[in-house]
Design a protein around this ligand. Structure first.
Ligand code: 3NM
Ligand code: MG
Length: 511
């Protein structure tokens, strides 16, 4: 009978996580909430205590018809008649464990690399625990953080081998679980489930925590999208669809919540108004839950990072992911400093971004290219050839199952299937601060009104923006970046006014 790995609870006996609660009680609550398999993991207790606790746990798990596995200690599993074991790379190997355990015992093993995974599959493991996905306080002596990208690489490497179960482990919580499962499904073989310690064992209410996990695991994430294969006349078709999307923004006036740097906040708020949307500039994470109730989206722009920024952004990500509202991530200066590189890692593991937008250095850093460098937050000289840029945005979008926009003299946009190179814009955009950041806010508006084709949504916003810049730059009274800014805002809002008047014309015609 196949084992249901969808919500795999791993116990932890350390006092800080258990907060003085009784382990058996916590496990029973979690089972009530819908945990599908339990691993008793206790690295410190003596054998007598291990057996005694395992017996108690087994009585409980059996009442819920859920398998109990024992971490590491094959002897304890045999002594209590548990359904199986979970082995680490330094524990007894699979063939030795098989000699001791009953024939139908479940054997799982921790793997951190493709080599370990391949070997475990060959040796007959029933499932793999892939990790460490995200940094976690629960286990610090891990081999390394592999992220969703490393998880996906392992899944892909074993996809044509003998079928085995797969779960991932390390830092999985209610904010990132949907994203982790969703992104794993970009591989031929997606994950069967997630393994969780602290997000259930350490929860205020373990039953409720498990119930919420089950809800997230079973439902299609609100941000789910299917990249569209190019149609025969894709470019022309997309361009034809652009004005309608722009009209939708002007007609709906979505809210754009910008967690943005203080250098460009004023300019970005003005551009947001000019497009016909409502801006709110708030860096206060606790406000995000309320703001996410609106018809709107979030922009995270880490241009002026400080020691509180990341925790505020994470609150924002959680609130908007939970509501299924779009999030745009603008990793400003991502490669410039250690602090920023670390912030990118934390934010990328904090939830799902519908759009990642950045310059070449930033996108390379987010992709994990160690050669990425940045002197400051402005875009440095380009070092990639056009084809490499196109591949980079496509590969990142494919990996993250989202949209990636890499800005530059030519902008590259991809949803993992289609790749567009956009040549519009004007040199003045590069001489005024905030013009790149404003693209994040614009894109967010467009994602809000047109979630069904996110690539088209971002394209529509970008084209409108860059064509407004071209028109503004061609005005007689525009001589440089100073006179360009007001002309650009004028041009932008007059395009929007034009679109709005044609919306009412369409409504009038059809009524
Ligand atoms: N094994 P939490 S990470 C038990 O990488 C364990 O093999 C890991 O705890 C591995 O859900 C881990 O609290 C702890 O982050 C996971
Ligand atoms: Mg072990």
């Amino acid at each position: 009978m196949p084992v249901d790995l969808s919500l795999y609870l791993v116990t932890d006996s350390t006092p800080p996580i258990l907060k003085g609660q009784d382990l058996c009680q916590v496990v029973e609550e979690a089972l009530k909430g819908g945990v599908t398999i339990v691993q008793y993991r206790d690295k410190t207790s003596d054998t007598g205590v291990l057996i005694e606790t395992a017996k108690k746990l087994h009585k409980i798990t059996r009442a819920y018809d859920v398998p109990l596995l024992i971490n590491d200690r094959v002897d304890v599993a045999v002594a209590v008649g548990a359904e199986g074991v979970h082995l680490g790379q330094d524990d007894m190997n699979i063939s030795e464990a098989k000699k001791i355990l009953p024939e139908n015992a479940i054997i799982g093993i921790t793997v951190a690399s493709i080599e370990e995974a391949k070997k475990a599959v060959e040796e007959g493991a029933d499932y793999l625990g892939i990790g460490t996905v995200y940094a976690t306080a629960t286990k610090t002596n891990t081999k390394g953080i592999i992220g969703t990208a490393g998880t996906k690489a392992i899944l892909e490497a074993i996809s044509d081998d003998r079928p085995v179960g797969t779960v991932c482990i390390g830092g999985i919580n209610q904010s990132n679980v949907q994203r982790v499962l969703y992104q794993s499904k970009a591989s031929k073989k997606g994950l069967d489930g997630v393994a969780v310690v602290s997000a259930i064992i350490g929860a205020e209410d373990p039953k409720e925590a498990a119930t919420t996990f089950v809800k997230h695991i079973r439902s299609v994430p609100a941000f789910a999208t299917t990249p569209r294969a190019p149609r025969p006349d894709e470019i022309a078709t997309l361009i034809r669809e652009v004005p309608e999307i722009a009209q939708k923004v002007a007609a709906r006036r979505p809210l754009v919540h910008s967690m943005i740097n203080h250098v460009v906040a004023n300019f970005v708020a003005n551009v947001t108004l000019a497009i016909g949307a409502s801006p709110i500039m708030s860096l206060y994470g606790d406000e995000a839950a309320d703001l996410a109730l609106n018809d709107g989206s979030l922009v995270i722009n880490m241009g002026t990072l400080n020691e509180e920024s990341v925790s505020n952004y994470l609150k924002g990500i959680r609130a908007y992911n939970e509501r299924g509202r779009p999030i745009t991530f603008d990793p400003v200066g991502a490669a410039a400093t250690y602090i920023r590189r670390d912030a990118v890692k934390q934010l990328m593991s904090g939830g799902y971004f519908d759009l990642i937008k950045g310059n070449e250095g930033e996108i390379r850093q987010v992709f994990g290219d160690s050669a990425a460098t940045q002197r400051g937050v402005d875009s440095g000289p380009s070092t990639l050839a056009a084809i490499e840029k196109a591949q980079l945005v496509r590969n990142l979008a494919r990996r993250e199952r989202n949209i990636v926009l890499m800005t530059g003299a030519v902008d590259y946009l991809s949803d993992g299937e289609r790749i567009l190179a956009i040549h519009n814009g004007h040199g003045y955009l590069g001489s005024v601060t905030g013009t790149g950041c404003a693209v994040g806010a614009i894109s967010s508006c467009f994602l809000t009104v047109h979630p069904t084709d996110k690539l088209l949504a971002v394209l529509a916003g970008l084209l409108m923006y860059e064509i407004a810049a071209e028109n503004a730059a061609s005005k007689d009274h525009v001589h440089g970046p100073g006179s360009f800014v007001p002309a650009f805002l004028d041009e932008f809002s007059s395009i929007v006014l034009f679109l709005l008047s044609s919306v009412s014309a369409v409504i009038a015609e059809s009524s």
